[in-house]
Design a protein around this ligand. Structure first.
Ligand code: ADP
Length: 492
């Protein structure tokens, strides 16, 4: 078998796999289909990018969102991997060109929107090329049970069935509910998949549920105490996103609103401002999220209680993808219960449910809501425990990293980041990255992550060989930025 550790080090700069990654990768390389459920930030991309690099031929990645594809292809390029995407953001002539290049074997990994799979031009390319693997990203889009349902996902199995030599197929999602999982296994065209379910705990996230008198005042104070951090503030309605953005902006914070009522153009601009760090804070409805692959989000605040734990955990989970500490704060008011209850009972008239089904539906949604209320008003039960138990996992009774545990001070202090690093050097290195980010038109975190900056500022590597010891420095990154970093460190 190929040296997957070598690939991990060379391209990604990492020394070890995260839980599940090795098992998934070796299963794929052994020719087995895979279905992986892993929490956000667990490292799903590595699970198909390494097989893609280890195998002959091309890997197709089916992905639902243009912004996700663009992020991923940009990340691949930064690692020295030839990748491309095919979606509606390209003009017809760009598509023709990209497909031509793909046919010539110029790309190792190609991201494609599900709608494009069964078009004549794409089929012509796919059926006449050596496609070794198909990765289905955000596989829950296949399920009508979730809010991200995408009809074109239902035709993926048809596409797979057309190959004379069937590629290995791997499906990935962070959504845990049983109904959705069953849909993915039954409808994605997977054959006897190896199933991997990762633990749902995100140890680097801290949780809090608060009931402040004035929520915007709470948020304002929070922002004032967390200057220059990047965060998302979820609101229940479009109007509330605009109102919160206006109030917080008037207090001097850089805030933009995001919701489905805005034009595509405006939404794209806000998203990019956020990803490139031109705006630190977004107030958003639940429409904001799936396309956001920003690893250094330091907090997610919910201005209102959502109706379901699934939604809450998915949105809160957008914090701290880089594994660094991040905060998830839910602000609760009893009015949230009334509003959510009202929305649950308002099923549209044209909904084709029988009265019994309707009753059953409302009952099950109200059950979900009740769980959220338990979470939001928890006085004695650890919040992390509530989350994990909800998703069917065992959990210790105290995490010491949520508002309940903190209030009930059972103080075993959560692992503080005690690493000593030179703050002045850190600032110098970060300023350099900022400059590179501005000139190169790439987000700062694709140049160096927080942990890489801190490691450099504490280990002070003086040679390329020493730099290579820092997790995250792959060959391409060293080639592009290594000299500059070393110069800064040496002249410091
Ligand atoms: P997901 O898609 O599951 O949300 P990503 O694939 O975006 O997660 O990975 C999250 C972060 O973890 C990325 O910054 C990625 O580079 C990093 N990562 C992935 N695998 C490893 C690993 N084995 N060691 C260290 N960092 C990793």
């Amino acid at each position: 078998m190929k040296d997957i550790y070598g690939i991990l080090k060379k391209y990604f700069g990492y020394d070890s796999f995260r839980p599940g990654q090795e098992k998934i990768i070796t299963s794929v390389l052994g020719g087995r289909d895979v279905f992986a459920v892993m929490p956000t930030g667990a490292g799903k991309s590595v699970c198909y990018q390494i097989p893609a690099l280890a195998m002959e031929g091309i890997t197709l990645v089916i992905s639902p969102l243009i912004s996700l594809m663009q992020d991923q292809v940009r990340n691949l390029k930064a690692m020295g991997v030839r990748g491309a995407y095919l979606n509606s953001s390209l003009t017809p002539s760009q598509i023709v060109l990209a497909t031509k290049n793909a046919k010539k074997g110029m790309y190792k990994i190609i991201y494609v929107a599900p709608e494009r799979l069964n078009t004549p031009a794409f089929l012509d390319f796919a059926m006449n090329s050596d496609i070794s693997m198909i990765a289905i990203d955000e596989a829950h889009c296949i399920s009508q049970w979730g809010q991200d349902f995408r009809p074109a996902y239902l035709r993926i199995s048809e596409f797979i069935a057309m190959f004379e030599k069937r590629p290995v197929v791997a499906a990935f999602t962070a959504t845990a509910t049983k109904k959705v999982k069953d849909d993915i296994v039954n409808k994605s065209g997977l054959v006897h998949p190896v199933i991997y379910t990762g633990g749902f705990d995100r140890p680097n996230l801290s949780f809090a549920a608060e009931e402040p008198i004035d929520r915007l005042v709470y948020v304002r104070n929070y922002l004032a105490a967390h200057k220059n951090q990047s965060g998302i503030i979820y609101c229940l309605t479009r109007q509330e996103t605009e109102n919160a953005a206006a109030v917080l902006s008037s207090c001097g914070f850089g805030v933009s609103a995001y919701h489905a009522g805005m034009t595509d153009e405006d939404r794209r601009r806000v998203q990019e401002d956020f990803i490139y760090g031109r705006v630190n804070i977004i107030t958003a409805t639940s429409a904001f999220g799936m396309g956001i692959d920003k690893p250094d989000v330091r907090f997610v605040i919910h201005l209102n209680m959502p109706a379901r734990m699934e939604d809450y955990y998915q949105q809160a989970g957008r914090a701290g993808r880089d594994g660094e500490r991040a905060e998830c704060i839910l602000l609760y008011s009893p009015a949230d219960v009334r509003i959510n209850r009202f929305m649950i009972e308002q099923i549209p008239d044209n909904d084709p449910m029988t009265p019994e089904e309707r009753q059953e539906y409302i009952r099950s949604e109200l059950d979900c809501l009740q769980q959220m209320i338990f979470y939001s008003t928890s006085k004695h039960t650890c919040l992390r425990k509530r989350i994990l138990v909800y998703f069917g996992e065992n959990a210790p009774s105290h995490c010491n990293n949520c508002s309940v545990c903190r209030r009930n001070v059972i103080t075993v202090k959560p692992a503080e980041d005690v690493r000593n690093y030179d703050r002045a050097l850190y600032s110098k290195l970060k300023a350099h990255c900022r400059k590179l980010s501005l000139f190169g038109g790439v987000p700062l975190y694709t140049i160096a992550s927080e942990s890489m900056l801190r490691d450099m500022a504490s280990l002070k590597p003086k040679t390329t060989a020493q730099l290579r010891l820092i997790s995250g420095f792959g060959e391409e990154k060293i080639k592009r930025y290594g000299k500059d970093f070393i110069n800064i460190i040496n002249s410091f």
